[in-house]
Design a protein around this ligand. Structure first.
Ligand SMILES: *Cc1c(COP(=O)(O)O)cnc(C)c1O
Length: 389
């Protein structure tokens, strides 16, 4: 070969004896084929084959396989964010004329997807009480093609009766999806409880360092994997192998990070519940949390995210106390090494009457900092609530 070609064609080097513990980052758009016939027949490789970088590399497949094992499913697909995971499930299952049921406590952008994107395209949605359990049966008419769940619910932390909802939906031939971001597959396994599609925002605990966005969808049936792959292929959705390798790294420490955040969060929630009326502390492992018994029955743990209701009398002091916090940062998203405070106002978002909490709810995500220093940030907020009452 001449020099100009040598610049482009790399010599093959030996990989003999090369065994590393790291998963290589395979970057690719083009996948090359041994001969013209193999190229012509590439479609026969199916959803697990390699045909084009967008549709998977060994790096993304390694992450998918890790998640499939943790979720006890048969396949996983990766998408650019948790929200994309929700959207891909909805777009795969719903046609004009169909309806999806979503809990009142759903991640708010999922409601926006329904209201602002799906509804104008003829796909309806109805909001249900997250504590509905087997009563979901009464809402399932022949237009309902998906029941969506999220447990515990965003901000207010209600734990849903997933097995009862699955039983009622499956009895009518309707699949169930679950946003499992709070628990991660380490603390809850929706597929093992009959759920058909589980979505994780890997952005949170799996990534674990507040520096990437990714989502996953895991399924129990190969046919559902094929349908999801058809949707994401049509929409041109894919993930970067570099980010997959960061998530693979995050997964390696997820169990110890979660165990730490879980223990500190529960300790703090208990201290708050000792000092304040119990109903102000929204943590699934506390007996007062709606669905606490379901959490005990179905979950293997509680992650490091919980909420504190700030009654009206203490609301005025909250911004100053948050700004004064030395260690906790202020911001959305969570599941990283840094502890975060995010004031939420759900009043305008909820449609079902049972939302009892007016005013501000402070979402707290516990990270990996020194617990005593974290408590020094939180204690003045707890005191302000206690004295305002
Ligand atoms: C953060 C989050 C999402 C969305 O994840 P992104 O990767 O930020 O799009 C979905 N569901 C829940 C419960 C979340 O907390």
């Amino acid at each position: 070969m001449r020099d100009q070609t040598l610049c482009v064609h790399r010599p093959a080097v030996s990989q003999e004896g090369y065994a590393s513990l790291a998963t290589p980052t395979h970057r690719a758009s083009t996948i090359v084929f041994a001969d013209a016939q193999a190229y012509a027949e590439r479609g026969k490789r199916g959803p697990d084959g390699y045909t084009y970088g967008l549709h998977g590399t060994p790096t993304s497949r390694t992450l998918e396989a890790s998640l499939t094992a943790l979720e006890q499913g048969v396949r996983t697909v990766l998408v650019p964010s948790g929200q994309a995971g929700i959207a891909m499930v909805f777009l795969t299952l719903l046609q004009p004329g169909d309806t999806v049921l979503i809990p009142d406590t759903v991640y708010p952008p999922a409601t926006s997807l329904c209201e602002d994107f799906l509804k104008p395209r003829g796909i309806g949605y109805r909001v249900y009480d997250p504590m509905i359990g087997a009563g979901i049966a009464d809402l399932i008419d022949e237009t309902v093609k998906l029941v969506w769940t999220e447990s515990p619910g965003s901000t207010t932390m209600e734990v849903q009766d997933i097995p009862a909802i699955v039983a009622a939906a499956h009895a009518r031939g309707v699949p169930v999806g679950c946003d499992n971001t709070w628990a991660t597959p380490l603390y809850f396994k929706p597929l093992a409880h009959g759920v058909d599609f589980v979505v994780e925002a890997l952005t949170k605990y799996a990534g674990g360092h507040s520096d990437l966005l990714m989502g996953s969808i895991s399924v129990r049936e190969l046919a559902q994997h094929r349908r999801l792959k058809d949707t994401i292929r049509a929409l041109g959705i894919g993930v970067s192998p570099d980010e997959c390798s960061l998530v693979l790294r995050g997964l390696e420490t997820m169990a110890v990070r979660l165990a730490h955040a879980s223990a500190v969060a529960l300790d703090f929630a208990r201290r708050m519940a000792d000092r304040l009326p119990a109903e102000l502390v929204l943590h699934p492992a506390l007996p007062g949390c709606p669905g606490h018994d379901l959490w005990r029955r179905d979950f293997a743990g509680a992650s490091g995210v919980f909420s504190l209701v700030v009654p009206q009398g203490a609301e005025a002091a909250l911004p100053g106390l948050m700004t004064a916090a030395r260690i906790c940062a202020i911001g959305a998203s969570w599941g990283g090494t840094r502890s975060l405070l995010a004031p939420m106002n759900i009043a305008g978002e909820r449609r079902i009457g049972r939302a009892v909490h007016r005013g501000t709810i402070l979402r707290i995500s516990i990270g990996l900092e020194d617990p005593a220093e974290l408590w020094a940030d939180l204690e003045p907020i707890v005191e302000a609530i206690a004295t305002a009452r």
